[in-house]
Design a protein around this ligand. Structure first.
Ligand code: HEM
Length: 409
């Protein structure tokens, strides 16, 4: 460290001041001078190698502390962070569960990538190989498929629970907006991943799904971009694959970092009025208490995953044949059923465009709720928004159920 200082002093910028006599008052830190060229040069000397030096930690910890000392206040902050306890605290675990299933996706996805081949000729065969020949390949594939579904489910539950607790209110607007983007990205994962096994169901569902923008302005261009041509083909598979394994994970990690950073910086909210009416039963430390409880949730989530993968395996189906006509009963993944039902209900001249416009406007309004609900931001109850949330939830559940009644699972 002393050496560091020497090297720095020997460098171009300010000359090192002479050490003060013992006991003398410390000189005031001099202002960083502008160089002769007028360009600001930051000071090179660092007065103390580790301003947070803690003699109580082990040598190894001290070694790391000296190198990563900028993180010390962050860790101290996390140690002090507290989460309110009240009768709705249970709902705070769903964000963490969505995070857990995302991590499972990354790990199992990387393992699947070792054997999966994203070409029209080999994709289906590579899935059969993973499922039947690779040791524990079936388990990894099933966990990946189940975890994808559970991640979307957790993100939905988490979204509605934060909505009804009005957690989106000032200053957490951007937590909501970043969360909404995360949900869209999760849905994007589902959509792009669906085609990868290159089986019949995936092929025709992607054909229907990528057809949707057709009636919108610039729709033909969008279809062309999505499909890599006029029809769903091996080109489409390449595009879906690259979106699924490169672009979407990158974007999701970026937005997730912002989301989680906001969670740490702004802390956890409590429902409106809970503090004033004494409904907060106390606070628990985020680290380690809340995190340990999160860990229990994650273990339960993992046990559930393994059970579902073993007891309810997803089928591989039959290889896609673009030359045959679509079999009856083609439908998307369950999380698109509500939108699918709206498109079916509005299947008249101009109805499809109406459906696209209404769903898009609805989505944008939903994303901007924190900026519209001014009452909640003033810590006042906003029953109109609670009713709005209930209507949105009812719309999604009823339409999803209608598709289930017509098509089955
Ligand atoms: C991949 C998806 C997501 C992950 C991994 C995730 C993760 C998390 C985590 C770990 C927390 C802190 C614990 C908690 O309050 O549950 C949190 C808080 C929050 N999330 Fe998410 N989230 C996701 C999606 C969403 C969505 C879709 C929304 C809403 C549109 C959203 C809005 C919020 C809000 C408002 C909070 C603050 C809660 C509070 O302070 O009371 N998140 N998220």
């Amino acid at each position: 460290m002393a050496e560091n200082n020497k090297t720095a002093a020997a460098g171009a910028v300010p000359a090192k001041p002479k050490p003060a006599a013992p006991g003398a008052a410390k000189p005031a830190p001099s202002k960083p001078a502008a160089s002769s060229s007028g360009v600001f040069k930051p000071p090179v000397d660092r007065p103390e190698p580790n301003p947070y030096k803690d003699s109580r930690v082990s040598d190894l910890a001290a070694w790391f502390q000296e190198r990563f000392y900028v993180l010390v206040p962050v860790i101290d902050y996390l140690k002090k962070k507290e989460v309110p306890k009240h009768r709705l605290s249970f709902w705070y675990y769903f964000g963490g569960l969505a995070l857990f299933f995302f991590i499972v996706q990354i790990v199992t996805g990387l393992l699947l990538l070792q054997y999966y081949k994203p070409t029209e000729a080999e994709a289906f065969a590579s899935f059969v190989f993973i499922q039947q020949q690779v040791p524990y390949g079936w388990l990894i594939r099933q966990i990946h498929a189940w975890s994808a579904n559970l991640m979307v489910l957790m993100a939905f539950i988490h979204m509605f629970s934060t909505f009804f607790m009005k957690s989106y209110r000032k200053p957490r607007e951007l937590m909501w907006v970043s969360g909404f983007i995360l949900l869209v990205l999760c849905l994007g994962f589902g959509f792009t991943g669906y085609l990868l096994p290159w089986n019949e169901l995936a092929f025709f569902a992607t054909q229907v799904g990528t057809e949707v923008p057709k009636v919108a302005p610039g729709g033909a261009f969008m279809i062309d971009i999505l499909r890599g041509g006029e029809e769903v083909s091996g080109e489409t598979l390449t595009r879906m694959f690259s979106l699924h394994v490169v672009l979407l994970p990158g974007l999701l990690m970026l937005v997730l970092s912002a989301h989680l950073m906001l969670v740490q910086v702004l802390g956890t909210s409590s429902p409106i009025g809970y503090k004033d009416t004494g409904m907060i039963k106390g606070y628990e430390k985020f680290f380690p208490t809340f995190l340990a409880k999160d860990g229990i949730g994650w273990m339960i989530g993992f046990a559930l995953l393994v059970y579902l993968a073993w007891a309810f395996p997803w089928e591989i189906g039959v290889k896609a044949d673009p030359l045959i006509s679509a079999p009856v009963g083609i439908k998307p993944e369950w999380y698109f059923w509500a939108q699918f039902q709206v498109l079916k209900d509005l299947a008249f001249e101009g109805g499809e465009l109406l459906a696209i416009i209404s769903l898009t406007v609805g989505g944008v309004v939903w994303m901007l709720v924190p900026f519209i609900d001014s009452k909640a931001s003033k810590e006042e109850k906003s029953p109109a928004f609670t009713i709005f949330g209930l209507l949105v939830l009812a719309f999604l559940l009823i339409n999803t159920f209608r598709v289930y009644l017509e098509y089955g699972w």
